[in-house]
Design a protein around this ligand. Structure first.
Ligand code: HSE
Length: 372
């Protein structure tokens, strides 16, 4: 059995990954080793069927004994350790949740329902670096897979509504703390039968602007607010999240699909762990709406088409509806009155599952099954 080393397995994405692997009994087919950056020698989780102590995540010697390393530890760790392993001519496979290696020539961005043949060709060509994609990119591609398969798309504008989870565990917690603080600030007025909504609004707004409002992680309020900027400022008015959307999409599609143009604005909103995107899609030719719906809903096992009706939409096309599931919901599909062959769509998917952990889990399975 292959020796698989896990790094960053206790963090948010790592924990989601381990839970999914347990659900699918993936640990039965590997010898699993758990590494740590801070607790070397302490007890490893019971799922380790080999070593019962945690190994040093900075020990190139210990890491290089692995056939496969799966890291959810973050970009700084990758930058230090991946290069050190390569210098030692380590020949194993590196699977990574961090973005640092995504655009490197030696890596493939993994999203196997979309680019399985690219992955297989890369495997045959000796590629050993496999990186999970940006969450909004992976979720969007799974949602519009049916249109990509027939080369129907000329361009897509994606306006995102990204959950707190994309910013990290502390941010998710901070969102709820902010909600609690806003409620507390206006509680006395909320509880009055003859409450004044304008007073409530003022109390909440004062709290948001006060110096003791909790915003260490987001820097600004997210609860009762939104933040139309995600990740670094790359200059020229472009955020790094938007840049990733443009480049990563076409790196994933590169060998198996026609190139599409992607652009849009990325926004953080107060949902917990599912990212939403409003898409405007320019099709290359006229398609009937029934044909578009049929293409979309039959594209893969996870996409769920939500009829463009109020009741189905408010119940099924929301972060609360899809969070914790592998469903990729897509709906609000209609022809836009803005020009020929322009359609709208709205899609929602769990940022921690298909947006992060699941493509990595599946890549690990591809590597395990390859030599069976
Ligand atoms: N960059 C994403 C976000 C998460 O901030 O929501 C990781 O893909």
């Amino acid at each position: 059995m292959k020796k698989v080393g896990f790094v960053g397995w206790r963090g948010m994405v790592g924990s989601v990954l381990v839970d999914r692997m347990k659900e699918e009994n993936d640990f039965n087919n590997i010898n699993s080793f758990f590494f740590t950056t801070s607790q070397v020698g302490m007890m490893a989780p019971k799922i380790s069927n080999v070593d019962n102590v945690l190994l040093d995540a900075y020990s190139v010697k210990a890491l290089s004994k692995m056939d496969i390393i799966l890291s959810c530890q973050g970009g700084d760790y990758t930058e230090k350790v991946y290069l050190a392993l390569k210098k030692e001519n380590w020949e194993g496979h590196w699977i990574d949740a961090a973005s640092s290696l995504r655009m490197a020539d030696e890596s493939v961005i993994v999203l196997d329902p979309i680019n399985e043949s690219t992955i297989n060709n890369a495997l045959n060509n000796g590629i050993k670096t496999w990186v999970g994609g940006n969450c909004t990119v992976s979720l969007m591609l799974l949602a519009i897979h049916g249109l990509l398969k027939v080369g129907a798309i000329e361009w897509v504008s994606s306006m995102t509504y990204q959950a707190a989870s994309g910013a990290g565990a502390n941010n998710m917690k901070e969102l709820l703390v902010q909600m609690g603080e806003l409620y507390s600030s206006a509680e006395s007025e909320i509880k009055k039968t003859n409450f004044s909504i304008l007073n409530i609004d003022k109390m909440a707004l004062n709290k948001m602007h006060s110096s003791d409002f909790s915003k260490e992680n987001f820097q600004v309020p997210l609860a009762g607010n939104l933040i139309p900027w995600i990740d670094q400022d790359l200059g020229e008015g472009l955020s790094k999240e938007e840049w990733k959307g443009q480049l990563e999409t076409n790196k994933i599609l590169m060998n198996d699909y026609e190139k599409i143009h992607v652009d849009g604005l990325c926004t953080r909103i107060g949902s917990m762990r599912s990212h939403s995107q409003a898409l405007t899609i320019k099709l290359k030719k006229h398609y009937e709406l029934t044909e578009i719906n049929d293409l979309i809903k039959s594209a893969n096992n996870w996409v769920k088409l939500v009829p463009n009706k109020k009741e189905s939409t408010i119940h099924n096309l929301t972060p609360a509806a899809v969070s914790g599931s592998l469903d990729i919901a897509i709906g609000r599909i209609r022809r836009l009155a803005l020009g020929d062959n322009l359609i709208s769509a709205f899609t929602v998917g769990d940022q921690l599952l298909w947006g992060a952990a699941e493509p990595l889990r599946r890549m690990l399975q591809i590597l395990i099954n390859k030599d069976k």
